[in-house]
Design a protein around this ligand. Structure first.
Ligand SMILES: Cc1cc2nc3c(=O)[nH]c(=O)nc-3n(C[C@H](O)[C@H](O)[C@H](O)COP(=O)(O)OP(=O)(O)OC[C@H]3O[C@@H](n4cnc5c(N)ncnc54)[C@H](O)[C@@H]3O)c2cc1C
Length: 429
């Protein structure tokens, strides 16, 4: 009997996961940790640091345990996804692959290669604009405001599908185990259990409950969202959304429910507004694909041939880039933000805008190096949100150049210097 492979890479969760509800008769749940994405380099910069790797190992391990409670096994592979999935399909006599529709160009390319050996079905599990609102890419506005104005009035986010898992038909844990040795070796070697904070499904759902329902922090989000440090100034949902441990539709429905049951104000609206930014970049990436990684981003792509040659740096720029990465530029506001990133894997949105502007305009460094460094460090790394925002500030994405006056920004958002002191003093200890 033929078997279906269900690739859960971008939906590492039980809730609102259409891939776990498929009617196929015999199914194998599968995750591939792509070697290039975690051990490769771009422009000489490692694509992931230890924390990002540990986080990925932790959330996959967590999903495996959750599925085991339903007697569903999880095959966990490490290496090149096209090669590994093709081999697995041969071994298991699988003819079909189901997966979440990706956004990142390398994931899309892998699926198109796989479609030569398997019948591939992609479901858009992580967007707000599902059918029938799926935008036509040829008509997709290239600026956020027209995108929002066009789609917001129509937006009816489909309710999350949280029906209980049908356990029949899945390969169980003991049938999956023979495939898992490389992954388990990585777990032994890199010890994800040592991570203090993990964006697992349970943690994400607890966070949503706290931010929206228990603490009602959502009611003041618009006023607090530009803060630089703290626990509740923003939702902190970016990492679970990026990893796929939280469904964006589920988050959206919580906000709508809160607005209906408790209160709706500018702040509750603003959280949805920010989720539309995430949505905007997702569709922009589907539209312009790998052009986003060219020197001139999508701007050049509209006028001529994209230039994919790697960034070139003078000796002075190389030195400046190094100081920026380590948070040693001598500009306290920049250094505190970069040191926070290096220590925690996170940085506020305000901080990200400022350090990006500083690297591009004050230090004259190619924006793609900043994006590559963020990719390595950010625990909420998301291809479209990261590269899209960097290109935006550099003026080669969906906006003209955005230069920030760092001194003014520091005065406005850290008037008493408490953020800078808290970070730089703790680093000095
Ligand atoms: C240079 C730069 C790089 C960035 N890289 C990433 C990245 O790799 N991954 C990532 O998720 N976000 C990225 N962002 C966007 C934003 O900074 C983070 O989403 C936000 O700081 C995460 O914190 P939060 O979840 O508490 O956000 P909240 O303020 O609570 O916002 C709620 C959600 O809205 C979405 N969102 C908010 N702002 C943006 C935005 N500007 N663009 C896209 N989505 C947004 C996120 O999914 C976020 O979780 C980047 C921004 C900049 C300026």
């Amino acid at each position: 009997m033929s078997l279906s492979l269900i690739l859960l890479n971008d939906t590492l969760r039980l809730h609102d996961n259409p891939l776990l509800q498929l009617p196929a008769e015999t199914k194998a749940a599968l995750v591939v940790l792509d070697y290039q994405a975690f051990f490769g380099t771009q422009y000489g910069i490692a694509r992931a640091n230890l924390s990002r790797l540990q986080q990925q190992l932790a959330v996959i391990t967590n999903l495996k345990q959750q599925l085991a409670a339903y007697n569903i096994g999880l095959i966990t592979l490490v290496g090149d996804r096209v090669q590994l999935i093709s081999e697995l399909a041969r071994n298991l006599n699988a003819t079909t692959l189901y997966c979440a529709e990706p956004v990142a160009p390398d994931e899309r390319k892998a699926l198109s290669e796989l479609s030569a050996v398997l019948s591939v079905t992609q479901l858009d599990c992580n967007s707000l604009l599902g059918e029938p609102l799926r935008p036509r890419l040829s008509r997709l506005p290239d600026s956020f405001t027209p995108f929002r104005k066009q789609l917001e009035p129509l937006l009816r986010v489909s309710p999350p599908n949280n029906t209980l898992l049908p356990a029949e038909g899945w390969l169980n844990a003991s049938l999956c185990e023979p495939y898992n040795s490389a992954f388990e070796q990585l777990v032994m070697q890199y010890q994800p259990a040592l991570l203090q904070r993990v964006a697992s499904e349970q943690d994400a759902l607890t966070r949503v409950a706290k931010f929206i329902w228990q603490g009602r922090h959502i009611l003041t989000y618009k006023e607090t969202r530009n803060q630089l440090l703290g626990q509740h100034y923003a939702s902190f949902c970016s990492a679970p959304l990026a990893l796929g441990t939280l469904s964006v539709r589920q988050l959206w429905q919580h906000i709508v429910q809160f607005e209906q049951d408790i209160a709706a104000n500018d702040s509750t609206y603003w959280l949805k507004f920010e989720l539309l930014w995430r949505e905007f970049f997702r569709w922009q990436f589907r539209k312009y694909r790998d052009r986003w990684f060219s020197r001139q981003g999508i701007k050049q792509a509209m006028q001529g041939q994209p230039d994919f040659s790697p960034p070139r740096l003078s000796a002075m720029q190389r030195n400046n880039f190094k100081r920026w990465c380590t948070g040693q530029t001598g500009i306290d506001f920049i250094d505190a933000n970069m040191q926070l990133l290096n220590k925690t894997g996170l940085m506020s949105n305000r901080g990200r805008q400022n350090v990006a502007s500083y690297l591009i305009y004050d230090l004259g460094v190619d924006w793609r190096l900043g994006a590559a460094y963020f990719e390595q460090r950010l625990l909420d790394y998301d291809c479209a949100s990261n590269w899209g925002n960097w290109a935006y500030i550099a003026g080669c994405g969906n906006s003209s150049a955005r230069r920030f006056n760092i001194e003014k920004q520091a005065q406005m958002y850290d008037a008493d210097g408490s953020f800078v002191r808290a970070i730089l003093q703790s680093s000095a200890r």
